[in-house]
Design a protein around this ligand. Structure first.
Ligand code: AMP
Length: 430
């Protein structure tokens, strides 16, 4: 779309997208030029509200240069203003007519938001209505949106939802086997998260296989500090491991993943813990960190090499869960064309990939030891030629996916409506 400049000057192509990922105490941002999908700047502001706040801004126009600011950044509004100042210092100010849109990562979109959506007051109210099912994430996303709107009220801003890719799951995969009325009254069901990554990585995996997304069935293993698996059939998600919240599924850096729900009753009744304490235990003090004190896979591998048994057991528990999901999702898909590893652990930890696939030859799965240890930032196959199912490593890029989806939507909007006018929102209500 084009945005007119001052009267008398030539119209400027608005082709930049700012991607904002606003967390509870941090804001990550990237400015992209959608002409060639290149990064112009990348930034991270952490420990917002503390005395030790820190902003790291990397300017990528004319070679990479990183600037750092330390000292208290009081709130999200101050954080975004600081980011805007850094961008302006690079000649990339948010007031530029070249900025086409701001794309926001929004964690929970419920059932209603199945696609990227232009943010109107009504959309924002719905994101707010979902706070009870995403109490940690949606409030921070809302603050980010409000602050960005105040900075550029004239600009169409877009919400890209972590849950959207999973809304294609069949009802029998999404519904928990609990009382239907209770579940519906409180919107309790499997929503899934990391959807932007699962969408991007499953598409890239199809590309790597030289096929279209519609032609392939893939299992995506997003193994970062948070971790989730998904089964993607012909480009559509049919099952995913995270649930109502990101706590379910795989063993993660600090989250337990799957657990007998009665453990929580036991912790309350027998161990005398409060619900909040149990929440913290399962979300922050479990997973790898709970099992061995470390959540960084590099450190865990280092300890294993030194003979540390706790670290070795944590690794085995982590890998065992992964294997269970690979098996389960193979059964769900019937035919699997590729198992794909992504995110911090998935992209970088050859031992995790090797151990997760070991022993699955009967499933047509194998890893080539040589290919597995090659370090590369590119999508690549790590299975031997003879393997029936491809095993791949595909670096995820959630920011690029958010920018692509945002830009595609505002371009469509620019063609069909006046700037600032919202798209019709006709989705199923939740
Ligand atoms: P993410 O949430 O995707 O940024 O992933 C973060 C996690 O990736 C860290 O906690 C580490 O466990 C893991 N990680 C990052 N780099 C490496 C590496 N070179 N080798 C093994 N694990 C890594």
């Amino acid at each position: 779309m084009t945005t007119p400049m001052k009267e008398g000057s030539a119209a400027v192509q608005a082709r930049r997208v700012l991607v904002l990922n606003s967390g509870s105490s941090s804001v990550k941002y990237q400015l992209l030029d959608m002409e060639d999908r290149s990064r112009l700047a990348i930034g991270l502001i952490e420990r917002i509200g503390e005395e030790t706040s820190r902003l790291l801004h990397t300017s990528l126009t004319g070679g990479a240069a990183t600037r750092e600011r330390t000292g208290r950044i009081a709130d999200h509004e101050a954080a975004l203003k600081a980011a805007a100042e850094e961008l302006a210092a690079d000649g990339l100010g948010l007031d530029s007519p070249e900025l086409a849109s701001i794309g926001h990562r929004v964690v929970h979109g419920g059932l209603r938001f199945t696609e990227p959506t232009v943010i109107t007051d009504e959309v924002l109210a719905e994101i707010e209505r979902l706070v009870p099912v995403a109490p940690l994430h949606n409030p921070a996303n809302i603050i980010g949106i409000r602050t960005a709107q105040a900075l550029r009220p004239d600009l169409p801003q877009v919400a890209v939802f972590d849950t959207a890719f999973h809304t294609t799951m069949p009802e029998y995969a999404a519904r928990y086997a609990i009382d239907v009325e209770t579940a519906d009254a409180h919107r309790i069901r499997r929503y899934g998260f990391h959807g932007t990554s699962h969408a991007y990585v499953s598409r890239k995996a199809a590309e790597l296989l030289g096929r279209t997304p519609e032609e392939v069935n893939v299992i995506v293993l997003h193994l970062g500090n948070g971790a989730s698996a998904s089964a993607v059939a012909g480009g559509r998600c049919v099952e995913t491991s995270m649930g109502l919240t990101p706590l379910e599924g795989l063993v993660m850096g600090t989250r337990s993943g799957d657990i007998d729900p009665a453990v929580t009753f036991h912790l309350k009744r027998v161990a005398g813990m409060s619900v909040d304490e149990i929440d913290v235990l399962l979300n922050k003090r479990s997973g790898l960190v709970g099992l061995c004190g470390d959540n960084d896979m590099r450190e865990i591998r280092r300890r294993i090499d030194e003979g540390d048994e706790r670290a070795a057991l944590a690794f085995d528990i982590y890998v065992h869960r992964l294997k269970k999901y690979i098996g389960a999702y193979s059964a769900v898909l019937g035919r699997v064309d590729a198992v794909v590893f992504t995110a911090g652990v998935g992209e970088n930890s050859a031992p995790v990939r090797e151990a997760a696939i070991a022993g699955l030859e009967e499933f047509g799965l194998a890893v080539d030891a040589g290919l597995n240890v090659v370090r590369s930032g590119e999508p690549r196959l790590i299975s031997p030629d003879y393997a029936r199912v491809a095993v791949a490593v595909v670096p995820t890029d959630e920011e690029l996916e958010i920018a692509d989806q945002t830009f595609a939507l505002v371009e469509r909007l620019g063609r069909t409506a006046q700037p600032g006018q919202a798209e019709p929102l006709g989705q199923v209500d939740n």
